[in-house]
Design a protein around this ligand. Sequence first.
Ligand code: CA
Ligand code: CA
Length: 252
Amino acid sequence: MRSQSFGALTAFLLFSGAASADVTNECGMPTIETDDVGATLILTYDAAVQTKFCNGTAGFSSNVFVDTSYLPTSPIYFATGNVTPVGNIVNIGAFPSGSELIFFIEVTDTGDVFYSGPGSRNPDGLVHAFVKALSTPIGDEFYIGFEDLFGGGDGDFDDIQFIVRLELDEDGDGVGDLTQDLCLDTEAGDVVDADGCSIAQLCPCDDPWKNHGAYVSCVAHAAEEFVESELITDDEKDVIASAAAQSSCGAK
Ligand SMILES: [Ca+2]
Ligand SMILES: [Ca+2]
């Protein structure tokens, strides 16, 4: 089965980015070509992954997930057909180069589960999804559509549709480095805000603080904002604030 190595698809994209006239939702489902059907999506760089839900034409309702062996939290749910609003964006997280993003739908009406990629992954042995590279100025986007009927249905892969956006994410914080991450080189595992900044980056110990209190105040303020954004708990905030108070950062 063909793997889409999107780093090398530039020439191909020039000829395949146009949407067809057969638009079934606000995303504008593209024309599917033979190579798109059953294609796999394998990352060729460390990427922040985001999904944009486009719904589809299904009478059934399906829960939609991304599965990868690389994340302990896998699989990750991100939408439900005919329930999740069209255009809804979910930040899925950071995935290392070499990971395959395997998508699957769980059809709630029938209990069937169908995966993207080769048909051998599915209970009926048939391909149930297409993956098509879209043309984007920054980052990479792929249009994905699923067929939700056992046996392949009508084979137009438009029952569940969504767009996956990938962006280089070298610090692995799940925030794309090209357009969103204001703090590159975040320490691995650190919790970050929507701008990709950790508390340690917002309040660097080695900045020229007026005094120790100014540093402690910066950390306390940042930690409070992280709590309000539900990035950390109150208990975690207390631990962070206590560590800042006991540090020598800002001390003359
Ligand atoms: Ca990043
Ligand atoms: Ca960052």
